[in-house]
Structure formats: C-alpha cells, structure tokens
Design a binder for this molecule. Structure first.
Ligand code: ZN
Ligand code: ZN
Length: 272
C-alpha cells in the first residue's frame, strides 16, 4: 500500500506526502511549516512521524519550508551534493545528521519503501524526479516527475511500472506566449530546461502508457505544477485527454486522470 497526498503544487509551492506501512516521507517542502503540519494532520498523519524529506532541486518553490519543518519535527533532509550547494544557506542551518547526501545511483530506503531517482531536465544544479516502491509481496509504485523541460527516455523509464504517476502540466503554450511574462522568462519556461506544456505532457504520458509501460500501465495520473498565470485546469485536462485518446487510451476508462490545485489540499490517494 502507498498513500500519496499532494499538499501543494505549482510555482507558489510544492510538497507531496508519501506514506507506506512503515515509512512517512515528504518530497519537497516549498510551503510553510504551518501548512505542512496542517495538511498532514488533515490526513491523519503527525509531522513527528516523518522519516525523511527529499528535495528534487533547489528552487524556492521546492525548498523554502524544508529547514523549518526539518528543525521543528527533527526530520533528516536528503539532496544531492550539487543540490545542497544550490540550496546554500537559504533554508538556514541544519545539524550534520539532518543534512544528508542523496546518491542518485543507489537511491534510498526507508522502512518498506525504496526511493529511486532519475534526472530531469530543468535549470537547476542537479534536478531529479523520483519513484517510491514498496517491498511488499505485490509491490506498489508511485512516480513523480515535475519541473522538467522535456520528458525523455530517462524520465519515462523512471516512471515505468508505476501504479500512480504525478506528472507536470505546467502551461498552455498559447497562454504563455501571449501572456504578460517578460520574454526571457517565457523563453526559459518554454526551453528544454524549463517546464512541460500541457501538450508535451500529454504526448509523454501517451508514450509512457502505450510504449514504455504497456503491461503495467498507471491506472491513475495526477496532473501537477500547473502555472497560475499561464494555464487553466480544464486546458491541462483537455490536452492530456486528447493526447491519450489519439493513442487509443480512454481517460476515465483505461486510466483515471485528475488535477492537483495550487492552494488546495488534494485528496489522499491510496494505491493498493
Ligand atoms: Zn517548481
Ligand atoms: Zn523548478
């Protein structure tokens, strides 16, 4: 069994809770400690039970509350060496036992949960996506890939076999192009080391389901990291539904697709 709850998603803050029978984890803490504690309590988890915080990359919307939560609830924080360099002192001081190195090749193990990492393509020092797999007889897997300009073979391989996938649908290309962001920022978001558009995400998910993962396709997809300025939930949903339908995958029949919202606690999803 794996439980996942997206506590917050988007450029104003990201934080995902993942729980198994023997592990309680957070992926990124880009919201306040108060919000994390309230979000966890709302799903019946005490922040004191947390076993670890993993950081995908050093951008503020993924780390700004990590130091506070780590210190307040005595939780170790895991990031790659380059990501720690990128974080610098932005999250305050952490004692040695809480400042832990994440080795992408070996991954991490917490109780019955194995965490594996893959590279994403983003303008950060060493950005990663990851997957959580249980050691149980029938193993369950959740994969998370956001903040990536492209979702190539490495990302899709990292998500292969997942029962539930959290995937970025950051922007609608037309809204971004015609929107009020300055051109350098638009270029950054649209670039290979930026963020996935709704259409690109739809195509990648279609490839994941129909080519990479035909046998054990995800039966649930959560669309995440939607831009407040350059996207609308119905556009993200329509683009993904269209891309999947073009490859013969029926949303709601073959695979359930739902959205995560910026400032709203997404419902707790249980896998297994
Ligand atoms: Zn982000
Ligand atoms: Zn980022």
């Amino acid at each position: 069994m794996i439980e996942i709850c997206v506590l917050a998603s988007g450029s104003s803050g990201n934080c995902i809770y993942i729980g198994t029978e023997k592990a309680r984890l957070l992926l990124d803490v880009g919201i306040s400690g108060t919000r994390v504690a309230a979000g966890l309590r709302a799903i019946g988890v005490s922040p004191w039970e947390l076993d670890g915080i993993m950081i995908t990359h050093e951008h503020r919307d993924h780390v700004c509350g990590a130091g506070i939560v780590a210190r307040r609830f005595e939780v170790p924080v895991f990031a790659t060496e380059l990501t720690w360099e990128g974080i610098g002192n932005t999250i305050g001081e952490l004692p040695g036992w809480q400042r832990r190195l994440l080795d992408k090749k070996t991954g991490l193990q917490f109780g019955d949960c194995r965490v594996e990492f893959f590279n994403t393509s983003h303008d950060a020092a060493d950005p990663v996506g990851c997957s959580f797999t249980t050691d149980t007889t029938r193993s369950w897997k959740v994969g998370v890939a956001t903040d990536t300009g492209v979702a190539g073979p490495e990302v899709l391989a990292g998500l292969a076999g997942a029962d539930l996938v959290v995937f970025e649908t950051n922007h609608d290309v037309e809204m971004l192009r015609t929107g009020r962001y300055p051109w350098p920022l638009k270029r950054r978001i649209l670039g290979d080391r930026g963020h996935l558009s709704n259409e690109a995400a739809g195509r990648a998910l279609a490839t994941l389901i129909t080519e990479v993962d035909r046998v054990n396709r995800p039966n649930r997809i959560l669309l995440a990291h939607l831009s407040k300025e350059n996207n609308r939930p119905e556009l993200a949903m329509a683009a993904v539904t269209r891309a999947l339908a073009a490859r013969g995958v029926r949303v709601g029949v073959d695979t359930a697709v739902s959205l995560t919202y910026r400032d709203r606690l997404a419902p707790l999803c249980r896998v297994g």
